[in-house]
Design a protein around this ligand. Structure first.
Ligand code: MRU
Length: 383
């Protein structure tokens, strides 16, 4: 997608086997900073500390992380160690496990001396496939937005609400939930996006930055505003991404998604979830009991971080990042990072293969070949 008019991707692997370049998302939206990752440990840290984030992107970056391990030691033991270390970095997004299993499958059959080569090629293919998948999600989601726009009174824009960041920063390119929105904007549909702030990590700031770079009109709202907007006819449709969808269509996504789905149902507003096939966990059924929900450091809840807007004592303001505590030092906090939206609250799933009901039958109709994925899910990395 475009940054200051220039096309770029969230991950670039130019240096065969040696390093990859990523965007350090911790600096956004105030600075666009690249970082070079050259070891498995670099990659594990970047995923754990959310330099990179978003289900498809952490899978793609982790795939390269295994390659770095193979570069230094192509043995089975090193491969297993790297996969186990990387899969432990973030527990909820199943794309991470999927990508590691893909790399594993690609290299175990290769001669030991060529494992890095096989792994590197598979990692590059995962990235290319992600771009193609997300473009297809955009194409499949666009007609839904066209239909909704056609129902609007003349001269009114189409108001879309999204939660977290499921844009190109969360993938290799395009994004999932944002792909149909970019395509609608490019097709001349006057879209406007309500961007949930998404405390505590404020992924909404990333969404706002992305949309701004692409010229898509948008407004950031606090996480609790969605219900009010929906009650007052200010939302025509919700579209979100997801970190894991179960075989029956339950959707796990960033904390707060469930509340938006409840409000959408109460107000008769369509609630779509966009996903690529690696986000489906065919071995999981009931989302509430089968998906590990990441609990992050309570410090993320206690503190907010941003750019200082005014220098102390009226001095000329430097662009300084600051982290300030907002809660009493005596209070504890919990930091559940994801929640589960039951399939019954989801209007439909937008995938690279088409739009289907969030149900066992819907998913099975699109993915009759799902047994392939199921066999992978039985691996030693199962979570
Ligand atoms: O904790 P994050 O920022 O990695 O969570 C990301 C999300 O919840 C996204 O909505 C999800 O990964 C879909 S991204 C295409």
């Amino acid at each position: 997608m475009r940054v200051a008019g220039v096309h770029r991707r969230s991950i670039v692997a130019a240096n065969h086997g040696r390093s990859i370049e990523i965007i350090d998302q911790r600096a956004l939206p105030h600075a666009l900073v690249s970082a070079t990752l050259a070891t498995t440990e670099d990659v594990a840290r970047a995923i754990r500390e959310m330099w990179v984030r978003g289900a498809p992107l952490i899978g793609a970056v982790a795939a390269y992380g295994v390659c770095f391990a193979l570069r230094d030691d192509p043995s089975d033991a090193a491969l297993d160690r790297a996969c186990l270390d990387l899969v432990a970095t973030r527990p909820t997004a199943v794309n991470l496990r999927w990508a590691l299993e893909e790399i594993r499958r690609a290299v175990v059959a290769a001669p030991v001396g060529r494992r890095l080569d096989f792994g590197w090629r598979r990692a590059a293919a995962i990235c290319e496939e992600d771009v193609a998948i997300n473009e297809a999600i955009g194409r499949n989601g666009l007609p839904l937005l066209r239909v909704l726009f056609a129902r609007k009174p003349m001269g009114q824009r189409l108001n879309i609400l999204t939660h977290c960041n499921a844009g190109w920063l969360a993938t290799v390119d395009w994004g999932t939930a944002l792909a149909p929105i970019y395509m609608a904007h490019d097709a001349g549909i006057p879209v406007h996006v309500w961007v949930d702030e998404t405390r505590p990590r404020n992924q909404g700031a990333l969404t706002a930055w992305e949309l701004g770079q692409h010229g898509v009109p948008h407004t950031v709202v606090v996480d609790n505003a969605g219900g009010h907007l929906m009650q007052h006819g200010m939302v025509d449709v919700c579209i979100v991404g997801t970190d894991r969808v179960t075989a029956v269509g339950d959707v796990c996504n960033k904390i707060g998604t469930y509340l938006k789905a409840l409000a959408a149902m109460d107000n008769g507003i369509p609630f779509y979830v966009a996903l690529p096939y690696p986000t489906i966990d065919w071995a999981a059924e009931d989302g509430l009991t089968s998906i590990p929900i990441e609990e992050r450091d309570p410090a993320e809840v206690h503190c907010v971080e941003g750019l200082r807007t005014r220098a102390p004592h009226g001095a000329a303001g430097a662009r300084v990042r600051e982290r300030v505590r907002i809660h009493p030092t005596t209070s504890s906090a919990s930091n559940y990072a994801f929640d589960v939206t039951p399939a019954r609250l989801v209007t439909a799933l937008i995938t690279e293969r088409g739009v289907v009901a969030a149900s066992r039958e819907g998913l099975a109709s699109l993915y009759p070949d799902r047994e392939v994925a199921k066999s992978g899910a039985a691996s030693f990395m199962r979570s």
